[in-house]
Design a protein around this ligand. Structure first.
Ligand code: ATP
Length: 353
């Protein structure tokens, strides 16, 4: 049995005919960091809140470390689930010092033991020298580390973090992704995060769970998720991609698409001949001599600082969406000029509709 298991969990909010979470199966191992990722309204917060015990599942079973915490009419109270929650706004007590904030959740211990434990976790988040300050005397990133320290202090089975980085500006956000990951790893804790930001999920997690409309679309490591998206939704939600419809040829290795024949990385056992392909921008490699298999006219170039995003209208195909290519910043790509490229088959994936 896995450390945390959600088995066939469905949640209907009262008065709603659409489930917020629909027949969800999820297993999380001890020490894993997992992020629930998806667009607004996909059911990720509801899932987190059911694990925490703030919401009751309509059907299905949730277990934590082998103990059933939600099944049928039974629901274990949130405070008895051994959960540490970090809220989006950190929810620190403004009138208590940092040390007292961290000691707050520690009960059934002597004051000396509570102080000692608070020191340990403040050390872990490298904020021990700030213990006598008040929350408003700390930066956003420091407040978040305190919220995490407070959640870790009672040694919970699992840390739950709801949109942990959404209140931080871009540069601090990057730093905090690293800091939070380091702290969770050092504490050797199991953690479930919720985010709608792919980068948050990819930097922090061992595995990512992509959800849409209450349904899990794919569970995979960040690398596998990017390289082998299961369906069109995941392919488009995770990074950029070129989605192409095509017909699988009899050799089960080539697909005829509107832009031409594309080779798959390996033979497929796919039975249907109408297929969808995800071709990542990195799969498209410019042929400077103009001798690539595919040719087109540059429609638009977007400069991001790290690379150029080139939108290409392919020859003889004025109806479909332009193909997107990522090109190094020192490449001279001009709107209106022609470009020739090849497709690396190892970055092409057959995806479900
Ligand atoms: P967001 O990123 O916007 O927080 P989410 O993926 O976390 O979205 P949920 O908050 O879990 O999604 O919501 C899933 C669905 O359930 C949505 O359609 C939402 O409107 C609905 N919902 C959420 N909370 C409630 C509630 N308390 N009562 C009724 N419906 C709710």
């Amino acid at each position: 049995m896995s450390f945390i298991e959600l088995t066939d969990v469905t949640k209907f909010y009262s008065g709603s005919s659409q489930p917020a979470v629909n027949h969800l199966h999820l297993k999380i191992e001890k020490g894993e960091i997992v992020t629930l990722l998806g667009p607004s309204g996909c059911g990720k917060t509801t899932t987190l809140r059911m694990i925490a015990g703030f919401e009751k599942a309509t059907s299905g079973t949730i277990t934590i470390d082998g103990t059933v915490v939600d099944q049928g009419h039974y629901a274990l109270a949130p405070e008895k689930r051994g959960i540490g929650m970090v809220f989006q706004d950190y929810a620190l007590f403004p009138h208590l010092t940092i040390e007292k904030n961290v000691m707050f959740g520690l009960t059934r211990m002597t004051k000396k033991a509570r102080k000692k434990r608070a020191e340990e976790v403040l050390n872990l988040v490298e904020l021990l020298p700030y213990k006598d300050r008040f929350p408003h005397e700390l930066s956003g990133g420091q407040q978040q580390r305190i919220a995490l320290a407070r959640a870790l202090a009672p040694n919970p089975y699992v840390i739950l973090m709801d949109e942990p980085f959404s209140n931080l500006d871009a540069s601090l956000r990057e730093q905090m992704r690293q800091d939070v990951t380091d702290i969770l790893r050092k504490a050797n804790t199991t953690a479930i995060l919720v985010s709608h930001d792919q980068k948050d999920a990819f930097v922090v997690s061992d595995r990512v769970v992509v959800m849409n409309q209450g349904v899990i679309q794919q569970i995979a490591t960040p690398k596998d998720m990017y390289r082998c998206p299961r369906n069109c939704f995941v392919a488009q939600f995770i990074g950029k991609t070129n989605l192409l419809q095509g017909t699988l040829e009899a050799d089960q290795k080539h697909v005829l698409t509107p832009i031409g024949r594309i080779c798959l990385p390996e033979k497929t056992d796919q039975a249907m001949t109408d297929v969808h392909l995800s071709v990542r921008p990195e799969a498209c490699v410019i042929n400077k001599q103009g001798e690539g298999r595919y040719h087109g006219m540059i429609d638009r170039v977007m400069y991001s600082g790290e690379y150029q995003e080139v939108f290409l209208h392919l020859d003889g195909d004025h109806t479909r969406e332009p193909i997107v290519l990522y090109v190094s910043i020192d490449e001279d790509v001009q709107v209106g000029s022609r470009l020739s490229f090849d497709i690396r088959s190892e970055m092409v994936t057959l995806v479900e509709a």
